[in-house]
Design a protein around this ligand. Sequence first.
Ligand SMILES: Nc1ncnc2c1ncn2[C@@H]1O[C@H](COP(=O)(O)OP(=O)(O)OP(=O)(O)O)[C@@H](O)[C@H]1O
Length: 258
Amino acid sequence: MGFHIDHICFSYEERKVLNDISLLLDPGHFYGIVGPNGCGKTTFIDLLMGHRRITSGSILYKGKNIASYSRKALAKEISLVPQNFYINFPFNAREIVMMGRYPYIPRFSPPSAEDIQVADEIMMKTGTKKFEDRYMTEMSGGERQRVIFARALAQDTPVLMLDEATSNLDISHTLNLLDIVADKVKQKGNTVIAVIQDINLAATYCDRMIFMKQGGIAAYGDTDEVLTEETIKTVFNVSSKVYSEPYSNSKKVAFIRE
Ligand SMILES: Nc1ncnc2c1ncn2[C@@H]1O[C@H](COP(=O)(O)OP(=O)(O)OP(=O)(O)O)[C@@H](O)[C@H]1O
């Protein structure tokens, strides 16, 4: 049982940003959310995270209203790699990754041996161990992004939300991190819900896609079915050719400049 999103609307004060969205997001899938700038993707993710309250409708997670979960209970279920992460206090990379373990560490207690082991393993896998002692304020944008990604993985939740989480990473780190989470979807039945601007990257990893436009859902379903030239035209007003690409065994889009 995943998310049951029922006729939700959301406004920033007077401004309606999401309009009547209904979706069922089942566990065990890699969802890609795609859509033009400003169409409401981050706002949608914020609502699923319980960070903002919907104006109308309901969001159930595992059958319970998302707003009824305590912060700590929700942190054991859902983690997020945000689009922007601001930090001006000089935490080092290890401290940031360890923050992912906070739902499991009792108040006023130090991290357990297990917490330390999990953080170490994640840092090795994400290639962030080599700068574990470096301050976040003294890293490149891509290095910081990988540490924030590692923090979310250390949280070890059944649901992981990615908001353009790899947009400033090189291709090698992008593939490494998306492979790690795709593996969790396959092996453990975890759920990934990822806002991805790069449609071809989304098509490679996501078995289901949600196309958003002007605060609503323009198309939703299995990637093979919804990723079409018509969808790209409707959502982005861009002409394209959609074709099957044998190397990644997925659909790909070639954009046509007119
Ligand atoms: N805090 C806010 N207060 C008022 N309006 C906001 C706020 N945050 C976002 N908006 C507006 O809400 C709309 C949706 O924003 P959102 O960030 O969800 O879009 P997005 O699809 O994630 O965009 P992008 O692809 O550019 O990241 C935009 O028109 C934006 O200007």
